[in-house]
Every structure is written in structure tokens, then in C-alpha cells.
Design a protein around this ligand. Sequence first.
Ligand code: FES
Length: 106
Amino acid sequence: MVKITFVEFDGRETLVDARPGLSLMKNAVAANVPGILAECGGNCACGTCRIYFDAEWSKLMPAPRESETEMLDYWNEEGDGVRLSCQVPVVDAMDGMVLRLPEEQS
Ligand code: FES
């Protein structure tokens, strides 16, 4: 398992034993992380699964598809430190990663 910490906007933390191959979102929902709402179920259509992370983790994330970039634009999110967690599969090298969650998802 891959240990990933999700940090709510208010600072509460949930340590998730994530399964590689599944998305960050599916792992978070399975672990009842409160700040991953995932209202569209992972179809890149709601933007309520956003995550923020430090630059050191960027290299582990696949390039976003156009639909994801458009959804992030809708939420006025830009830069390398934000993604939709439903579009990012967990890989072993993410062990120890810390993800922060936006206020709108609290
Ligand atoms: Fe809706 Fe990720 S779950 S965009």
C-alpha cells in the first residue's frame, strides 16, 4: 500500500493506505476523506475532487487531458500544484505524499 495524507482546509488529516492503479479520488472516497466530494463520480465533470500538492510530487502525475484543464480553468485553478484527483492514478512512488484540499470542498 501507498501512504498518502489528505489535509482538509481546516487542517484535519486523513492517512490513506492507497491502492496503486486506482485514482487518488477513488482511494480517498474509499477511505471516507471528507474533502473529496467527487460529485460526478470521476468523470472529470464537477471539479469537486481538487487537490493541491508541492512541486516535488508533480513528476509523478501524468499530463492533464484537455477536459481536466478546462475544469480546472472553470474553478480558476492554475499552475502545476493543482489537479483533479479523479484523473491521477496512484503509483508506488507517491508513498509519503501530502495533499491539501480546497476550502470549497470542506
Ligand atoms: Fe468530478 Fe473528479 S470526481 S471531476
